[in-house]
Design a binder for this molecule. Sequence first.
Ligand code: F0G
Length: 365
Amino acid sequence: MRWNGIIEAYRRFLPVNAKTPVVTLNEGNTPLIFSPRLSEMVGKEASVYLKFEGLNPTGSFKDRGMTVAISRAVEKGAKAVICASTGNTSASAAAYAARAGITCAVLLPKGKIARGKLAQALICGAQVIALRGNFDEALRLVREIGESYPVVIVNSINPDRIEGQKTAAFEVMDVLGDAPDFHFLPVGNAGNITAYWKGYREWKEAGISKKLPRMMGFQAAGAAPVYYDKIVRSPDTLATAIRIGNPASWKKAQMAIAQSNGCVDIISDAEILAAQKWLACNEGIFVEPASAASIAGILKCLGKRACKQCPLADEMRASLLPRPVKIVCTVTGHGLKDPDVVNLQGLKTVTVWPTVDRVIRAMGL
Ligand code: F0G
């Protein structure tokens, strides 16, 4: 069957009507990839799946929310949209605005955006404004501009974004037949964890699904306001996508974690890099550093350094996990967006003269 994007697939759960002009790049329908190695690590009768959101049209989950936000903006007659971004939202907004034929301005923290994301926003013709400040300051400016000028904000403070992003939970349930037992996610501006929880709840309330997952959120240790329950003035992490100190959906994320009996925890930059490399080397999936946060999270839960409040770790120790147990980790963005990370990983090519002998030696045979 032809896939025409998330609005067509889940129209009756979204804030659109027959007159809404659908601006789509056929986003969504991303694969839920079984991870044999993570499943084995969790234990007998465990299935761990990776929702690979890097396979959306602009390479991140943002496209789900953006198709709804831009379609609705066009419906309202908007001629321009604006967003603050750590990179992926700007790439997505630029692409969907280009498709709609409207103007797009993006405010980015200068020097803290992965190279691929910057290229995406520029090539799609967005007005790219590098701010001498961080994401939180950029979002504050965007809110002010949105109040006084005729532009539609397409950050996740726009509820249409959350509505679109909740369709990832629908897709997970469509494939698994019900919600998983645990859902692991990176947390930055906290919109995505809010959106998944909304999606899971809506289908449970509609009687389409039976279970609700425990929402497991992971923040970079240097940018962990939800974990510390405190604004972080100068957030810092090499996972630039989640370098956020004052998330917009903070309260809603806390609610999702509390209501689902889940948890929020931190992982270090070293753990993020290790998880990124582990996933690429063991499952062949290259994700950007922020996306590796969910993998670092599950590895932490399974390891010796599991946090005290982690239900997965506790229940594994006490053999209380439901059997069979189903776990989903969302990997939010494609690794190709941030190619410079190979330097941080300390990875290098080997250069040799063009002889069989030299190549064989370089191969270590
Ligand atoms: N992973 C990636 C790859 C992201 O780009 C983001 C957020 C997150 C995770 C966190 O999701 O904000 O919903 O909690 N990126 C935003 C942006 C902030 O501007 O692209 P969240």
